[in-house]
Structure formats: structure tokens, C-alpha cells
Write a protein that binds this ligand. Structure first.
Ligand SMILES: *Cc1c(COP(=O)(O)O)cnc(C)c1O
Length: 239
């Protein structure tokens, strides 16, 4: 375990350096950006080591993996973010451990999460996942709502008991006008975020940037970066 802890510490230090450098380059203070470590496919023992190393935000994308992991780590001072495609039949489980859901992309999910949050006596921060490649053939199952649907969804969240509008999330598109242009995609997300804050001022989180493109996201103004493989190692399978 000591070896693994050293390895994670080294990777974290490298990511921290990248974040600090990107903040400095953008004229932003390091405190404006929160690192969320995406622990999907990695065991609860890694989550524990990360917590010992000072990580306070972790993310998962599948309830089947996340629920037992969160239960094993319930003694740790962690905020849990859910960042994956979410089926309505999983929301009752997810609200038990997640503090934030980054992947809200439809009204049905808002209704289901609200009912589950009320039932569990929890309040959930909701980020709307924006599909900047909406309308392209290639986007497949990645989820997200087209930019034009963001404000209506935010209104629905704001009206739903047990939920609050926390902000926006995106994944750099692989197709469409922003393919291969993460910085342009994140700049577009920031414009949508400005529109959102005009009616929902508390919805000021901007979750963007992963291992490959966190500098672009920080340059654009992201408040939260979601980093998996750069901290934990390359996942054996797409997770
Ligand atoms: C897996 C995942 C990440 C982290 O990706 P890396 O490339 O491993 O840093 C970020 N966001 C979401 C939604 C993910 O599913």
C-alpha cells in the first residue's frame, strides 16, 4: 500500500503543478479551481489513500460501483460527485451518497432526483450537462442537453424540492464544430454559464476539463476540473 500511496502522491503533485501553472497563466488564483479526482474503476482503498493525501472531492460515473465504494468510505471527509449518465431507476441509490450530480440533462431526471432527495432528506447540488455537440451523429450515448435547453432545465431544478441549481458541466466534444478544439468548447460553455447566472446567480460552478484538457478549461474559467487517469493511472477499460 505504501507504494501505491507514493505513486498517487507523485501523480497528485504533478496534477497540482499543472493546475497552478494554468491558473497563473490565466491570471487566476489557485483557490478559484477545485480538483475533483475521478476514482471510477479504482478501489475504495485508493479513495482512502487519496483522502489521506488531502483530496476532498471525488467523482464516480456508475452507481453500481460508486454506492459500495462510498459506503466503505463514509468515515472520510469527502464530497461525492456523480458525473455519469444516470438512469432514473438509480436515483434513489445515488442521492444517498452524492452531494452533487453533474449530469442532469432531462426533466424526467429532475423529477426523479427531487422525489428521491426529499425521501432521503437530502439536498442535492445539480449541474446541467451541456452537449456542445448536440445534433451530431457521432455523439452516441454521452448525454447532455443542447445549449438552448439549459435555462428551462435550470428553472425546473430551481422549482424542484430537494434540488438546487449548482452550475454547468461539459465534456469536450469529439464531433461537430468543437471537435479537437477544447478551448473553444469551454469558452462557449462559459458564455452559457454567464447566461445561467443571470437568472440563477447561485449556479456558478463550471465543471470542465479532464486529464487531457484541464489547462484549456482553467484558461476558459472553469471552477472545477474532473481528473481521473492523470492521478490514478490509465484505466484498463473505458469506464
Ligand atoms: C472519466 C471521466 C472523467 C475523467 O477522465 P480522465 O480522462 O481520466 O481524466 C471526467 N469526467 C467524466 C464525466 C468522466 O466520465
Amino acid at each position: 500500500m505504501t507504494d501505491r500511496k507514493d505513486q498517487l502522491a507523485e501523480n497528485l503533485a504533478r496534477v497540482e503543478e499543472r493546475i497552478s501553472t494554468a491558473c497563473a497563466a490565466a491570471g487566476r488564483s489557485r483557490e478559484e479551481v477545485t480538483l475533483i479526482v475521478v476514482t471510477k474503476t479504482y478501489p475504495a482503498s485508493d479513495v482512502r489513500l487519496l483522502a489521506e493525501l488531502g483530496v476532498r472531492h471525488v467523482a464516480e460515473n456508475r452507481d453500481q460501483d460508486a454506492a459500495p465504494k462510498a459506503a466503505q468510505c463514509s468515515d472520510l471527509p469527502l464530497t461525492w460527485h456523480f458525473v455519469g449518465q444516470l438512469q432514473t431507476n438509480k436515483v434513489r441509490s445515488v442521492v444517498n451518497y452524492a452531494d452533487m450530480v453533474h449530469s442532469i440533462d432531462r426533466n424526467r431526471l429532475v423529477t426523479a432526483l427531487s422525489a428521491a432527495a426529499v425521501r432521503a432528506g437530502r439536498e442535492l447540488g445539480c449541474l446541467i450537462q451541456v452537449a456542445l455537440d448536440a445534433g451530431t451523429q457521432e455523439r452516441g450515448e454521452r448525454g447532455g442537453v443542447a445549449p438552448g435547453g439549459v435555462l428551462a432545465l435550470a428553472d425546473a431544478i430551481a422549482e424542484a424540492e430537494g434540488l438546487r441549481v449548482a452550475g454547468l458541466m461539459t465534456v469536450a466534444p469529439l464531433a461537430g464544430e468543437f471537435a479537437g478544439r477544447p478551448r473553444a468548447a469551454f469558452d462557449r460553455l462559459m458564455e452559457i454559464a454567464t447566461d445561467l447566472r443571470a437568472t440563477h446567480p447561485a449556479g456558478n460552478m463550471v465543471s470542465a476539463g479532464m486529464s487531457a484538457d484541464l489547462e484549456d478549461a482553467i484558461g476558459a474559467g472553469a471552477t472545477h476540473v474532473r481528473v481521473g487517469s492523470a492521478v490514478l493511472g490509465v484505466r484498463p477499460r473505458l469506464g
